[in-house]
Design a binder for this molecule. Structure first.
Ligand code: NAD
Length: 280
């Protein structure tokens, strides 16, 4: 049994608070990586069409002896060609993802980037609502959406996204979006939750808190996400780190720890700014 607690999404679906992200895992290695993660106790896997490893991810899922209804699988609709999305092209992309994963439903389907300059995310989202109604996605949400885009999909469709998956780590804590999510009942899911393992994990403040709890800096950061109420999807292909990143449920941060980590927020974004990102 997995010890990872779940968060209840706004439609009643349960989502594990720590999942395993497979960005940059080659398709040929994804099955082994996913199987290792499931063996370690992960039940939630985060992939995307653009990661080009949905096939390998699917193989890892079916190779495990964990029942499908105990697993939580997320994939994402890529920005794709310069075409404007239509209902038909969204449905086609969704079918292609299901086919590669070898699944008849996903637990969560996300719009990967809003590309607000193209103004077609409402068409995409309305089709997602249709997909959810068919039961082929248990929940739908968005990724990299900014406040105005969230407010617009809610106003136009009355269907509140279950999740907004955004860059979030102690150096980029996203207070404004987190507050907006809380007001609307949207779960905040953190991508690059470890700050991509770059300088953040060598930070002396995190080292001090890690020593105090007998944990690693990565575990302190992941515990911080859990206590904030975020979902986090750390990535590693190293089996010992895969296990380490889920071993964060036997200790708690205190108020001093949380205040010190809050002091690390310096507005450093590692990924693209969603306001400008239109990658095809
Ligand atoms: P991350 O913050 O999870 O960092 C991963 C890196 O940190 C690893 O490659 C490794 O170098 C290091 N690391 C991992 N565990 C460690 C440990 N215990 N100790 C020391 N170093 C460790 O960054 P990420 O891979 O960018 O993000 C995680 C997941 O988020 C991705 O796999 C993907 O699923 C998702 N993601 C989504 C978007 C989006 O636009 N929606 C963008 C980027 C990533």
């Amino acid at each position: 049994m997995s010890k990872v607690p779940t968060i209840t999404l706004n439609n009643g679906v349960e989502m594990p608070q720590i999942g395993y992200g497979v960005w940059q895992v080659p398709d040929g290695e994804a099955a082994t990586a996913v199987a290792t993660a499931i063996e370690a106790g992960y039940r939630s896997i985060d992939t995307a069409a653009i990661y080009e490893n949905e096939r390998g991810t699917g193989k890892g899922l079916t190779a495990s002896d964990v029942a499908r209804d105990e697993l939580f699988v997320t994939t994402k609709l890529w920005n794709s060609a310069s075409e404007t999305w239509t209902r038909e092209s969204v449905l086609r992309e969704f079918d292609a993802s299901l086919d590669k994963l070898g699944l008849d439903y996903v637990d969560l389907y996300l719009i990967h980037w809003p590309r607000a300059m193209r103004d077609d995310y409402l068409t995409i989202y309305r089709t997602f609502v249709e997909i959810a109604a068919s039961g082929r996605a248990k929940a739908i949400g968005v990724s990299n959406f900014q406040p105005e885009q969230l407010e617009r999909v809610i106003a136009e469709t009355s269907v509140v996204p279950a999740v907004n998956q955004i860059e979030l780590h102690p150096n980029f804590a996203q207070a404004e979006l987190r507050a907006l999510h809380a007001r609307h009942g949207i779960v905040t899911e953190a991508w690059s939750p470890l700050g991509q393992g770059r300088g953040l994990l060598e930070d002396p403040t995190l080292a001090r808190i890690a020593a105090k709890h007998g944990k690693t800096a990565a575990q302190i950061v992941l515990r911080w996400h859990v206590e904030l109420g975020n979902v986090a999807i750390p990535k590693s292909v190293t089996p010992s780190r895969i296990r380490e990143n889920i071993d964060v449920f036997d200790f708690a941060l205190d108020a001093d720890d949380l205040a010190a980590i809050a002091g690390l927020d310096n507005g450093t974004r590692l990924g693209p700014d969603p306001a400008e990102f239109d990658f095809n």
